[in-house]
Ligand binder design. Sequence first.
Ligand code: ARG
Length: 470
Amino acid sequence: MHVVSDLQWGGRFAQPPDPQLIAFGSSLEDDLVLAPFDVRCSRAHVTAQLEGGVIERPAAEALQAALDFVADEIGSGAFERFARAGAFEDVHGAIDARVRELAPEAGEALHAGRSRNDQVATTLLLYVRDRAESGLRVSSKIARRFLDLAQTALDDRTLLAATTHWQPAQPVLLAFWLLAASAGFERAGRRFAGVAEDALRFAPLGSGALAGSSLPLERDAAARELGFREPSRNALDAVGDRDVALDLLHAAARAVITASRPSEELIVWMTPAFGYAKLGDAAATGSSLMPQKRNPDPFELVRAAAASALGTLTGALASVKGLGLSYHRDLQETKALVIGGTERALAALGAFDAALAHVTFDHDAMTAAAARGFTVATDAADALIARGIPARSAHRFVGEVVAASGSQTFGQNELEVLRANTGLSDLKVPLDPLDSVAAKRTSGSTNPSQIAKAIATARSELDALERRKG
Ligand code: ARG
């Protein structure tokens, strides 16, 4: 039993609350992760109270000392035990109760001028900022890992029969695929950076329940202390706005969806039928029954994490749909979805990065397969176009050669037939996939020099993204 009441209200109620409904209404398990952010928010509220003259310095010092103590207890795990032992509605009530236990007299003043509505909104923004920075870090780490892999694959000139519809399309360098994978994570990092930036904007603290406060709270000081640019401009909006939190969840879901796509390809490449890639022992898993099995589970789980992130995002967006302005208890569910979805998505991104470290590519298998499926057919058609044959006719000439070929590749025999059919006896086609990639001339193509340039550009873009002032 705690020394002070677990609930922050009760004066007007004649009967005690139904424990089942208090348990149903509690968000403690969902918002315990917010504890360190609430402490910062509470400290800033004390600053606003002190600087506005709502409380005297000794009371402010007692409150700050109690909040410091709670911060230590959060670090040691003692606070979590305290919170779980009570019947609190949320982490905010638990911290308030602990402060009132630690500083019985001053503790009474902590909530003056504050509602959980502005407290929840502010605390959630601090969390969003923190996790958006984590999202940026892990996205850029993954992007860099792909760039390192791309550099090695470029040096080795490893080829890949790139596919559309999973059908062989054109030869590219493996480095080009790795660079493409990296690009998605650079975008993910940029999106997280934007969310972090938006979460710095307006501080809801001092908005009270919805109307602002008649106590002289120094809102600017509180906003400054928490690193916000300015206090929010409309209390009614500030307590009910969850847009930035939803943006974080969207950024997280999108990043995991980004991870699910190379995951899918790696899973397929790791099958014996492809044999392009291998997952090291530390990341692969076995079967309890089939002794030979070697499964790429981390990538499958990332693929599935994208599904749950998407579901959680949809649920969170739906939870605010049609809500009147200001605070409604539904927003507690929004918060749980944002936090749960973000934590899971960040864990999936971390696991994706860890699993990537154990991937190796089979240069010989990939390179040997690069010409299979007539992948230089487009080069043959381009060669005809360069010789003045209209594009549609060039396409048909090459298609007819492919249809008549008994082979899997467009090789010397096919070239001879094409020469005979078109009367261009000296027609040149880059039959070797390495020559095909070298023949690409456009910027952003799979030409090795374009790839080298793109790797360097991507590295400096990531440097700038990481250096940006948060
Ligand atoms: N547990 C609630 C939440 O996390 C706290 C806000 C309660 N506010 C209220 N007016 N009942 O959203």
